[in-house]
Design a binder for this molecule. Structure first.
Ligand code: PAF
Length: 265
């Protein structure tokens, strides 16, 4: 069955509200493929009942202009009824979804895996592009593609940051000016911890506790701040194939970020 654009299509799945991170992924897709496609679909299945589905930032006109400028041939914007005409079959990726975002946001990754599987089947990309900002999402999608023998290459790209280090995210618009000025401290904590780890891993738990205390003092509500293995996202004592991951609320906004150690592509 044909997809949206022939054999050599590069695909960037998104929920819109484009920022420089999305544009960088679109530019990669543009550079490497005959046809470049971006999808824009705010996927209700990945939002919990108390989350921000209704107020998730939406600006299709602006997004369309940005996608056009980034050289996209196709902007795929299905409606919710088209994507989910009835209660959907879902995809569940085990183990990798048990902790971190999966624990705080039950069902979130079933929603992500389901929509990404559906989009892959509709669009039929050669390669799909994702940002490491959502590290757990990248690992979940990689596992789904392997476990379900999906015929798509995955290409993961570095997090694009504001000049002060804050990871680009569509949700950054929720931050008040004061919160916005504090938000870069999250990445600063990650880079400081990574630097300390390079020197010695022995006192790392103490360093995590201290970073947690300092972030809490300035107003962050830490959900997790951990060194985890990239294989299963469980805590690890070594830096081999590991990442420091963090999620914290600042006011009403939930921020996530990570720092991959000894990172492989
Ligand atoms: O990262 C996102 O924007 C979404 O989770 C994705 C991958 C487009 C699925 O809705």
């Amino acid at each position: 069955m044909a997809g949206l654009g022939g054999d050599d299509l590069g695909f960037v799945p998104t929920m819109g509200a484009f920022h420089a991170g999305h544009i960088a992924l679109m530019e990669e897709a543009r550079k490497h493929h005959q046809i470049a496609c971006v999808s824009l679909f705010v996927n209700p299945l990945q939002f919990g009942p108390t989350e921000d589905l209704a107020k998730y930032p939406r600006d299709e006109t602006r997004d369309f202009a940005l996608a056009d400028r980034a050289g996209m041939d196709i902007m795929f914007c299905p409606t919710t009824d088209e994507v989910y005409p009835r209660e959907s079959t879902t995809v569940h990726v085990p183990v990798l979804t048990d902790r971190l975002e999966g624990k705080t946001r039950p069902g979130h990754f079933d929603g992500v895996a389901t929509i990404v599987a559906k989009l892959f089947n509709i669009v039929r990309p050669k390669t799909a592009y994702f940002g490491w900002k959502d590290l757990q999402q990248c690992l979940v999608i990689r596992r789904m593609v392997a476990d379900l023998n999906m015929n798509v290459e995955l290409s993961f790209h570095e997090t694009v940051r504001e000049p002060d280090g804050l990871a680009m995210s569509s949700r950054n618009v929720y931050l008040s000016p004061e919160e916005r000025s504090l938000a870069p401290l999250l990445y600063k904590a990650l880079t400081d911890l990574a630097e300390q780890l390079r020197k010695s891993s022995e006192t790392f738990n103490g360093m995590i506790e201290q970073a947690t205390r300092e972030l809490t003092k300035v107003g962050f509500e830490i959900d997790y701040l951990e060194l985890v293995s990239m294989r299963d996202l469980h805590p690890t004592p070594t830096t081999e194939d590991a990442a420091i991951v963090v999620a914290a609320k600042l006011g009403k906004t939930r921020l996530i970020d990570n720092f991959r150690l000894n990172s492989k592509p």
